[in-house]
Write a protein that binds this ligand. Sequence first.
Ligand code: AHG
Ligand code: MN
Ligand code: MN
Length: 333
Amino acid sequence: MSRISLTQYLVEKQREKGLIPGELRLLLEVVARACKRISYAVGKGALAGVLGEAGSENVQGESQKKLDVIANETLLEANLWGGNLAAMASEEMDHPHVIPNRYPMGEFLLLFDPLDGSSNIDVNVSIGTIFSVLRLPEGVTDPLEEHFLQAGNRQIAAGYAVYGPSTLLVLTVGDGVACFTLDRETGSWWLTEDRMSIPVQTKEYAINASNARHWHPPVKRYVDELLAGQTGPRGRDYNMRWVASMVADVHRIMIRGGIFMYPRDAREPDKPGKLRLLYEANPMSFLVEQAGGAATNGLTRIMDLQPGKLHERVAVFMGSREEVERVTSYHRG
Ligand code: AHG
Ligand code: MN
Ligand code: MN
């Protein structure tokens, strides 16, 4: 069997379909290389001294793990000099990192959650990296924070890496979703799934149920109906999974369907949810939609939301279309 490498896949998208400019292809290859490096660090774990706390906090007041910092630096360094980017923004940086002027400035903006699922690092459970690519608005020569504040429907590429039993890279350039598996011995990414498609029918849901007492009525109603099982309004039994790494939970849904929820709740009424719009919800929504699923904040399609600030939070309902539509209709009703 002849395998298709990540490079070949991207070259074909560029050449045969004219879907992506060459600069974007190079950028995505650099991101993939950075994810490979992160994967190696994750894999070495305690042997490389990468577990545990960094002893610092990020802009959102969350304590940083060593791997949050290492992954952030790895992505920054890998992407600094390629000439394809204008600036980068990250969960772990207060403000965007503009490409220093000793390097050529490109036309793209890269956003990332360098290490998703930080609470799972020290317990050896799957974690990941999420990224999103935007275009620097036309005519801008001095990239600022405001230029990152673009709706998700303007993303030109998005993806995530999962550092699990295998290391995977799941990618979209707006023409379906492809999954690549890293051969850890040779360091190559190989296409292992060309057109990922989220099953419409699902029996699984993912939500942190320890917050149930804080949920708003539409979420309570939806989950109660799932819990009621066969004798309830849904007429069948459901199963629950919560890895607490969004990448791992959403990846499971990409493979076998389901719904992932991180709603806004009454714990912190001022915060519209926990997950961040620009580098968690938007890229994952792009991937989920490209795989035939849906993603809303309970009311509106996530990718149509106009971001107001870089680290903005958003409620998230994503996965199998019919389930997302149902919980969204409960909010609208
Ligand atoms: P991060 O590690 O980047 O801060 O993201 C963690 C997120 C997400 O991956 C996950 O679904 C969620 O937080 C888990 O939250 P709980 O700990 O509240 O379950
Ligand atoms: Mn995250
Ligand atoms: Mn993170």
